[in-house]
Design a protein around this ligand. Sequence first.
Ligand code: 5GP
Length: 122
Amino acid sequence: MAYDPENIFARILRGEIPCKKVYEDDWALAFHDINPLMPVHVLVIPKGPYVSLDDFSAKAPAEALGGFLKAVGEVARLMGVDESGYRIVANSGADANQEVPHFHVHVFGGRRIGGRMIKPQD
Ligand code: 5GP
């Protein structure tokens, strides 16, 4: 799938739409999900134009891949769930019900997450 530069996260990255920012560095922006499913529900997105994890891993330079992963860990620490625990989810494509076609990782936490759920409501 071609990257759509008008997707909502691209617009957040360009500052056209506000977000509740948690963290930002050269590689990633993290912000609270507009419809939180858990006490902690933060989205972490790379700054480049990638649709999905496979797109990101195929096209991004190694320093962008590493920088993004470090940002996800930093978000877990900033949100105070590194000790209590958290779950990361990256929905990719139709079968995973990906809504926004800009690669993103959900960071869920702040309460016990049951079973082997993919998303808290599942
Ligand atoms: P997906 O299903 O693509 O993995 O998740 C997309 C997530 O983006 C959803 O959890 C949804 O609530 C969130 N979302 C959609 N639009 C916005 C927005 O404009 N701002 C923020 N902060 N989150 C959004």
